[in-house]
Design a binder for this molecule. Structure first.
Ligand code: FAD
Length: 385
């Protein structure tokens, strides 16, 4: 470990992109550590040997971006299919298209509406509720989608996600909920979207396949941190609070549990992701991965599904979604102040920055960090050395 120019903690997108850039652009040596037994971080994919279907162990991952830079960069490591993600929500015995679009509105109200009629119905419901102002998540959601759609599609789902009545949740944990007054039912509106032809893990294998890059799996950074010397650059993509021994407290996260099932049918639900909005149904979603690759004609007669259950993360759980309360933000600011004492450590990625990042954002941030922080670190090195 001591002999590498750079030590990258975490083999997810943020760490892998930095490692690839350091090796290919600077010709410097990199050691990538991950405490898990695999590369890829949360984007890791593997073939389920019981069904032959490639599954995403940490939940369905769809690649989408508006960034030409990120899209062009990834083309070096994979081809993409033309997969377009569409999501459905089961509520009260019926199935609806998500995110809310004109088809959802017509189905929820049981009649055909023009875009203007739908807009007027929702605006009237929002206005009827909104007189007392926006005091909690429920008020904010109703202001966006009206009472009918909120009760049907949002209330129970949100309650399950947060294990909290939406009236007791702060309005600022959600943005404005989108409603499309067209029949456009694509989940993402980005210019580029697709699935990597041979899976996500293959992207990471190619990124890290360089003579200057070594990968050590099953290694926790904190078991080897005393071997780092001050001249080495560390890219740390683990949880920022753990780096500082939780000195200012634990940042809040939600986690999800996945219950895997293999079924003796070729198609369990007809789509990759179906949400379950009713509060009485204990899971929030069912993922069926074979639908992510309809082009894979060779798949057999069995299918793998994951039921997803959402809850607050305990100390030993995988952190998935930052809760980001005002107390969390204050704690994060204290940790940021502490980073100044570690000039050879760059913090990044979703855990290191305590931010929900989509894959394209993690990749884009890593490319920028490389350019603005990693390259200058070594440029300085050359001037002084
Ligand atoms: P990670 O992928 O989490 O990688 C960090 C790595 O650091 C991990 O492998 C971890 O084991 C390692 N690590 C942490 N601490 C240590 C330590 N002390 N020592 C050694 N290793 C350590 N994005 C999309 O674009 N589309 C999607 O559809 C999508 N779906 C998602 C669904 C779910 C359920 C979740 C949670 C996320 C989803 N994302 C999606 C986001 C995507 O997973 C992230 O953008 C991506 O994982 C960020 O990469 P990262 O490198 O920052 O973090």
């Amino acid at each position: 470990l001591e002999s590498f120019d750079v030590v990258v903690v975490g083999a997810g997108f943020f760490g892998a992109v930095i490692a690839e850039q350091v090796a290919s652009k600077l010709g410097r040596s990199v050691c990538v550590l991950d405490r898990r037994s695999h590369i890829g971080g949360n984007a890791y994919s593997e073939v389920d040997s019981d069904s032959g279907v490639e599954v995403h162990r940490y939940g369905t991952h769809i690649f989408h971006t508006n960034s030409d830079t990120v899209w062009r960069y990834l083309q070096r490591f994979t081809y993409f299919t033309d997969y377009r993600h569409r999501v459905f929500t089961v509520a009260n015995g019926r199935v609806y298209s998500m995110p809310i679009n004109l088809a959802t509105v017509c189905a929820a109200f049981g009649r055909i509406m023009s875009p203007d009629e739908a807009r007027a119905v929702i605006a009237a419901e929002a206005a009827a509720h909104g007189a007392a102002g926006i005091n909690n998540l429920e008020d904010k959601a109703i202001a966006s989608v009206g009472r009918t759609l909120y009760d049907l599609l949002i209330r129970g789902y949100t309650q399950k996600q947060w294990q909290t009545d939406p009236r007791d949740l702060s309005a600022d944990i959600i943005g404005r909920l989108p409603v499309r007054f067209t029949f456009d039912d694509r989940y993402f509106a980005d210019r580029y979207e697709g699935m990597p032809v041979d899976g996500y893990t293959a992207i990471f294998r190619r990124m890290l396949d360089h003579p200057k890059v070594a990968v050590e799996l099953g290694v926790d950074y904190f078991d080897v941190a005393d071997r780092i010397n001050p001249g080495q650059l560390v890219i740390y993509t683990g949880p920022i609070d753990r780096f500082f021994g939780y000195a200012c407290g634990h940042l809040g996260w939600r986690t999800v549990d996945f219950a895997r099932e293999v079924h003796d049918v070729a198609d369990f639900q007809g789509a990759a992701v179906i949400n379950y909005a009713d509060a009485e149904v204990p899971f929030t979603r069912i993922h069926e991965f074979r639908h992510l690759h309809p082009e894979r004609a060779h798949l057999g007669p069995r299918t793998t599904i994951y039921r997803e259950y959402s809850r607050f993360a305990g100390r030993n759980d995988e952190p998935y979604y930052p809760i980001n309360t005002a107390a969390d933000r204050a704690m994060l600011a204290s940790y940021h102040a502490m980073t100044a004492a570690h000039p050879n450590v760059i913090f990044g990625g979703r855990l290191g920055s305590y931010k929900y990042l989509d894959m394209h954002q993690a990749i884009g941030a890593a490319l920028k960090t490389f350019e603005h922080e990693v390259e200058p670190f070594f440029a300085g090195d050359m001037r002084t050395g």
